[in-house]
Design a protein around this ligand. Structure first.
Ligand SMILES: [Cu+2]
Length: 494
């Protein structure tokens, strides 16, 4: 029932119940925010013998002061640690499932074989421990990890199961980038939640209705690292933000209140070839961007997010529908520490995209069943006609695509009904075209997730093996779409 209410607060904000308009945690109420930005524990794998233990368990966390609620986390009440892994290392992971339900852990963006990828077949039963050995062999990047059990991914992530991975290849020091974790190198995990009046964030699969699935779960309150409108005290210098959109469905349209420019230096798979200066940045579910923000002027400033333009009237965040932009978090520069002063002019060179190498062109039509009145529309108006890819819903027993190891292919993605953030496991891609045009500069680097409004062409590189027993997934990262079947699977062999 709670999701029905969420739908109305998002879609028909003007009529939202006044109980939601609690000024203490309302959007746009920047001046009242005092919660310090929570900084997740850093696990530096190399400093502990490249053995990392994670425990997925339920906990309690007060998003709203004095109103703790039931949550899930990895070795924490909510969210999880930031794990730093070094390129070239072999890491013994151990994931204990202390939940009372089955889970998996997917290393999103990590280049690992299918049997280590943590997809829906890699189930960890309650009480069991999964012990994959991860060989880290990819350039520096910000990745993340989250559950992937089919039909329960959305709920488990919503309850708090999300952590970050930093792949370190030594380039931070070479490029003199901000790199002091928790000081001038900050993880920024962006999510949105709906809170009941008692502060709880219940999410019940059985209560999902057709519209919840169609639009994905969207809340009226943005949280950053599990806190509402937190404040980060930062040095009055250049600060690196590792942005992750870990929302179930919401696109964030980020800018600073004073419209300052900032540099985008990396996307999902690693560095861009040069910093890209922007004043606004859209980040869709599962995407990561690393940005450099200059706080040398010592002025406090807020990061804010605008309406989700992909959602039309459903994209407004403010509970009363009044504000276009709402506060995500604040930054308060302190003059005591001054670290890196300026952004580098150049970053590591990116390989040119060579179309000639592509051995296949494939088409993927993502349909969330939103187009009412289509031929295949069901007899009942509230039930989406079809949620699936190329006319087929996910079937764990069916392999949809067979790729060859060490080849590249052009994947043409078409969205029907609404914009879908398309994600490929086990591979990185470059965007050849998006909405009929070459990609904007900040989307020219390596990616594993891309928001497709109408159409995108991707050059996908396959370097990781996956068998029929442990195939890779490709899917929409609106988690309710994924759980409802907007997912396919591929193998990758010689
Ligand atoms: Cu989707």
């Amino acid at each position: 029932m709670m999701l029905t209410r969420r739908k109305f607060t998002i879609g028909w904000g003007a009529f939202a119940s006044s109980t939601l308009l609690d000024a203490r945690f309302g959007f746009g109420d920047a001046v009242s925010a005092h919660t310090p930005l929570p900084i997740p524990t850093l696990i530096d794998a190399a400093k502990q013998g490249n053995a990392v233990n994670l425990k997925a368990a339920s906990g309690r966390h007060a998003f709203i002061e004095g109103k703790p609620t039931r949550t899930y986390g990895y070795s924490a009440p909510v969210l999880g640690p930031v794990i730093r892994l070094r390129r070239g290392d072999e890491v013994q992971m151990s994931v204990e499932n202390a939940l009372n339900t089955v889970t998996t852990v997917h290393w999103h963006g990590l280049l690992a074989p299918g049997h280590n990828d943590g997809g829906p077949q890699q189930l960890i039963q309650p009480g069991e421990i999964w012990r994959p050995v991860l060989k880290i062999n990819q350039p520096a990047a910000t990745l993340w990890f989250h559950p992937h059990p089919h039909h329960d991914t959305a709920r488990q992530i919503y309850m708090g199961l999300t952590g970050l991975i930093i792949v370190d290849d030594g380039s931070d020091a070479r490029l003199d980038l901000p790199r002091t974790y928790g000081v001038d190198d900050l993880p920024i995990i962006l999510q949105d939640r709906s809170f009941d009046s008692d502060g709880s964030i219940g999410y019940h699969n059985k209560d999902l209705n057709a519209l919840d699935i169609a639009y994905g779960a969207r809340g009226e309150t943005v949280i950053v690292n599990g806190a509402i409108a937190p404040v980060a005290k930062v040095p009055a210098s250049l600060v690196r933000l590792r942005l992750l959109n870990a929302a179930n469905a919401q696109n964030f349209e980020l800018r600073f209140t004073d419209r300052r420019t900032f540099h985008v230096i990396a996307s999902d798979g690693g560095f861009l070839s040069a910093p890209v200066m922007v004043t606004q940045l859209m980040i869709s579910p599962a995407e990561r961007f690393e940005i450099l923000v200059d706080f040398a002027d010592g002025e406090a400033v807020a990061l804010e997010t605008g309406p989700d333009e992909e959602m039309g009237v459903f994209g407004r965040l403010a509970p009363d529908g009044s504000a276009d932009y709402v506060t995500v978090m604040q930054f308060e520069p302190t003059l005591t520490k001054s670290l890196v002063k300026r952004a580098p002019d150049r970053l590591p060179e990116l390989a040119a995209t060579t179309l000639a190498s592509a051995v296949q062109r494939r088409q993927f039509v993502l349909d969330s069943g939103l187009c009412a009145g289509r031929q295949q529309a069901g007899s009942h108006r509230d039930i989406p006609a079809l949620i699936g890819i190329n006319g087929r819903a996910f079937d764990p027993t069916r392999v949809d695509v067979e790729t060859k190891l060490e080849t590249t292919e052009i994947w043409e993605i078409t969205s029907i009904g609404m914009a879908h953030p398309f994600h490929v496991h086990g591979a990185l891609f470059r965007i050849l075209s998006i909405e009929g045009a070459p990609p904007p500069a900040h989307l020219t680097g390596w990616k594993d997730t891309v928001l497709v409004e109408d159409k995108a062409e991707l050059l996908v590189t396959f370097n990781q093996p996956a068998t029929r027993e442990h195939p890779f997934m490709y899917h929409c990262h609106i988690l309710e779409h994924e759980d409802a079947g907007l997912m396919g699977q591929y193998v990758c062999v010689y």
